[in-house]
Ligand binder design. Structure first.
Ligand code: PMP
Length: 411
């Protein structure tokens, strides 16, 4: 879907399943910005999808202890009993959902959970409904697995959320899954109970459609937003719901590569078959660290939330003060997804007319030295995503540069 680069090397014939898939725009922008930085340009990168905090010390200590105990071998295929137990307790404690240990799976990041789930369940032609804007990997993974991503645009006026009517209309006999992500990367929009209810009612009428929810940003919510997950809200849907989560964002553990999910036993078992032939098991040391992340003290999460909220407020206010830019207040995650329709059609000081959000983000990178990602990378234009998981000083400087760059546009 987000194909930007054709894989095309002399003598190499890429498989048809990756023909339309390229290196993601996010990674391309990151690479270009880093190269500019190496060349000595003062580039500020607001593109990264990871917290700027460090992994908590108790988690690091648990990993070191696991190494010293010799836990450095293959583990049980889809997660150690200790980690599955910690995950079951987390689901019960924080989400009010009961999953038995054989209804839980652990993989090398939530990304591999998605991959295992689609590989295990999708046949050619099967459809997956994905509201846009969406995290770029969703549609690419669906397509690698031979499925068809059915993208449903959900604009800012709709709070970037899918509604019941849109869902009903998108469902066909070929629909296999609906994939919802709350809070969302890239929009930061989240589904509260009142937003979920009508969607779950629609799904109750379509027993062939399964629900996949990506709760990765559960712990990063603001203004008293009450996080809920569908398996808890509608127990009758639990037998066809896969609840995905992970330690990457909540515990600043992106490099440890541990994601997990709770779901019906038959699906979990099928996912383990895929995993057994892909990685054998997730990293033993990272699993031990994740047990401590889930069982250990959780109070630092509130402190981190407060820090993210201060940065969200700073970014949203600064964006809305710019002529031509409009930013809705996100409920969670660490992203803003601002509309840039007001600058489209204007001309840069170098005489280039901005036709698309991608032209705008290229202009910001080249002339203002700020790296952000265009909405087109997430399936909705004209918008751009800022990741505010960076210092307030850097954010202030970057927003000042964006404001100046917008002022310098003519027309
Ligand atoms: N879901 C969402 C919405 C994400 O933004 C990300 C990371 N960018 C992931 C899943 C994957 O996380 P990981 O593989 O690190 O667990």
């Amino acid at each position: 879907m987000n194909a930007q680069t054709k894989i095309d090397d002399a003598g190499f014939r890429p498989a048809s399943r990756i023909a339309s898939i390229g290196v993601s725009k996010i990674l391309q922008i990151g690479a270009r910005a880093s190269a500019m930085k190496r060349d000595g340009l003062p580039v500020i990168i607001l593109g990264a999808g990871e917290p700027d905090f460090d992994t908590p010390d108790n988690v690091k200590a648990a990993a070191k202890a696991a190494i010293d105990r010799g836990e450095t071998k293959y583990t049980a295929l889809d997660g150690t009993p200790e980690l599955k137990k910690a995950i079951a307790e987390k689901f019960r404690r924080e989400n009010g959902v009961d999953y038995a240990l054989d209804e839980i799976t652990v993989a090398t990041g939530a990304k591999q959970i998605l991959f295992n789930a689609f590989m295990a369940s999708i046949d050619p032609g099967d459809e997956v409904i994905i509201p846009t804007p969406y995290w770029t990997s969703y549609s690419d993974i669906v397509e690698i697995c031979g499925g068809t991503a059915v993208l449903v645009p959900c604009d800012a006026e709709a709070g970037f959320r899918l509604n019941a009517e849109q869902l009903e209309k998108a469902i066909t006999p070929k629909t296999r899954w609906v994939l919802l992500n709350s809070p969302s990367n890239p929009s930061g929009a989240a589904y509260g109970e009142a937003d979920y209810r009508p969607l779950l009612d629609v799904l109750m009428q379509h027993p062939h459609v399964w629900l996949m929810v990506d709760d990765m940003y559960e712990h990063i919510v603001y203004d008293g937003f009450k996080f809920v997950t569908p398996a808890a809200l509608e127990p009758r849907l639990k037998p066809r719901t896969l609840t995905i989560n992970g330690v990457s964002k909540a515990y600043a553990m992106t490099g440890w590569r541990i994601g997990y999910a709770g779901g019906p036993k038959a699906l979990i078992k099928a996912m383990a078959v895929i995993q057994s032939q892909a990685t054998s098991c997730p990293s033993s040391v990272s699993q031990a660290a994740s047990v401590e992340a889930l069982n250990g003290p959780q109070d630092f999460l509130v402190e981190r939330q407060r820090s993210f909220k201060a940065r969200r407020d700073l970014v949203v206010a600064a964006l809305n003060a710019i002529d031509g830019i409009e930013c809705r207040v996100p409920e969670g995650a660490f992203y803003t997804f601002a509309g840039c329709g007001g600058v489209i059609g204007k001309t840069t000081p170098k005489g280039k007319r901005l036709e698309t959000d991608s032209d705008f983000t290229d202009y910001l990178l080249e002339d203002a030295h700020v790296a952000v990602v265009p909405g087109s990378a997430f399936g909705l234009s004209p918008f751009f995503r800022i990741s505010y998981a960076t210092s307030e000083a850097e954010l202030k400087e970057a927003l000042q540069r964006i404001a100046t760059a917008c002022q310098q546009l003519a027309g």
